[in-house]
Design a protein around this ligand. Structure first.
Ligand SMILES: [Zn+2]
Length: 438
């Protein structure tokens, strides 16, 4: 997609010291909406009007219809999103792991190229403990999208839109409630979004939290309906917040020459399998099919829908490509601005789950259970074909990431008792959401 990229001449002019002919590199805004399933987003076909703003944004850019996260776990997925490394390469797949100092983060690469680098995150699994702050001039925590908006405004006021800027914005309001609100609820969008899609939904689940619902062997149809509506309320809340944030950025001149990428780290089960609430959806599509929108500064390729499978490993490569730094041949992903390979194998999983996608087939292992699904014929993964353990092993050996460097993680700093309590309240019983069975 060369037309919208900076020309080589322009890049040559900015490669050295600043001069009168300087053409700035484009800025980058990367938004991660935590816990957002693709199929609950309007531009991915959802029936409810959850995302009027994202739908418009998607119409102005490229929409990747079949984008995958490597794991339905915030820590693993974001480390991939921000390094471009597969989980087996970055190795940050346990609460005790932090990124190797030898593995570069996207923010480090961009700062070295002269970017202002701003990170806004909701703490939990995204935390300096795991190395996420590396490369950011500012790495600032918030709780809500409203607080993130205020922090963004404060930090940008101290900087110039004339300098290239990398902004990472992580929003957590779709995620289940950490139960710090009173009264507690599984998902807690504030008014006027609360009960927007189903009046009385919150009252229907009065006294229940995400954890109490998770402990039930199965939810009733009424509970599932209310749970899903409360989840959708949170999506609309974040969508409205993003609309305000984008308006503010636009007015400040921050989007004039900016690549925008909006995606998510994983989905949510919503008790879709056997009416059992299991967490973020495991290796199944409700867990690993994420939205992915790429908007170019001049709205080039607006409205284009890309059906070839994409993956969060592609996000850093796309940014490196578009900013003129060049894709890194040491990374496994592809620039999303180039044609994606028609035949491509994408991998993911965190123990005890593992999956491989060679569109439209997806081979999934969950503990000892192995199956192959055709995602075009069976998008809800209801009718697996059998696959033997030996055949799955052959698939793993033959199709998994090969020949790329893997980094040994380093120990992460200990959680404080308060941090541990909050992660438990969010539904994480241990290193991983321990009960992802379907
Ligand atoms: Zn997450």
């Amino acid at each position: 997609m060369s037309r919208a990229r900076p020309s080589l001449l322009a890049l040559a002019l900015v490669a050295g010291a600043c001069g009168p002919a300087e053409v700035p590199r484009p800025s980058v805004l990367l938004v991660s909406i935590d816990t957002l399933r693709a199929d609950h987003v309007g531009l991915y076909g959802y029936g409810r009007d959850t995302t009027p703003f994202l739908d418009r944004l998607g119409a102005e850019g490229l929409v990747f219809e079949n984008a995958f996260t490597p794991a339905a776990w915030t820590l693993v997925a974001h480390m991939t999103m921000l390094t471009g490394l597969n989980p087996k390469q970055h190795g940050v797949d346990r609460a005790e792991h932090a990124l190797s100092p030898e593995a570069p983060l996207l923010a480090e690469r961009l700062r070295a190229a002269g970017y202002q680098t701003l990170g806004f995150y909701r703490p939990g699994w995204i935390h300096p403990r795991h190395g996420f702050e590396r490369g950011f001039d500012v790495f600032r925590a918030h709780q809500t999208v409203e607080e993130a908006e205020a922090h963004l405004a404060e930090e940008l006021a101290r900087r110039s839109p004339a300098r290239p800027t990398f902004t990472f914005l992580h929003l957590f309001d779709v995620h289940n409630d950490p139960s710090s609100h009173a009264p507690p609820a599984p998902f807690s969008a504030p008014p006027p979004y609360q009960d927007l899609f189903l009046p009385g939904a919150r009252a229907r689940l009065a006294g229940e939290t995400y954890l109490t619902l998770k402990k039930k062997p199965r939810l009733t149809a009424e509970e599932r309906e209310a749970l899903t509506s409360l989840y959708d309320d949170g999506i609309r809340h974040v969508d409205a917040g993003l609309e305000r944030i984008f308006r503010r950025l636009e007015e400040g001149g921050w989007l004039a020459n900016t690549l925008v990428v909006v995606t998510s780290d994983h989905g949510e089960s919503l008790a879709q399998r056997g009416n059992k609430l299991t967490g973020h959806g495991g290796p199944w599509q409700e867990g690993v099919h994420v939205p992915l929108i790429v908007r170019l500064p001049d709205r080039a390729r607006a409205g284009q829908r890309v059906s070839e499978p994409a993956h969060l490993i592609d996000v850093p490569q796309t940014v490196l490509d578009f900013t003129g730094l060049g894709p890194d041949p040491g990374l496994p992903g592809h620039s999303l601005l180039d044609p994606l390979p028609a035949v491509r194998v994408l991998a993911g999983g965190d123990d005890p789950a593992e999956f491989y996608v060679r569109w439209p087939e997806k081979a999934t292992r969950y503990n000892e259970r192995i199956g192959v699904f055709d995602l075009e014929q069976d998008p809800l993964e209801q009718a697996p074909r059998e696959l033997s353990a030996a055949d799955f092993e052959a698939l793993r050996q033959g199709l998994g990431p090969q020949g790329l460097r893997a980094f040994a993680p380093v120990p992460a700093a200990e959680l404080t008792p308060e941090e541990r309590r909050e992660l438990e309240a969010l539904g994480y019983g241990g290193a991983v959401d321990e009960d992802e069975d379907h």
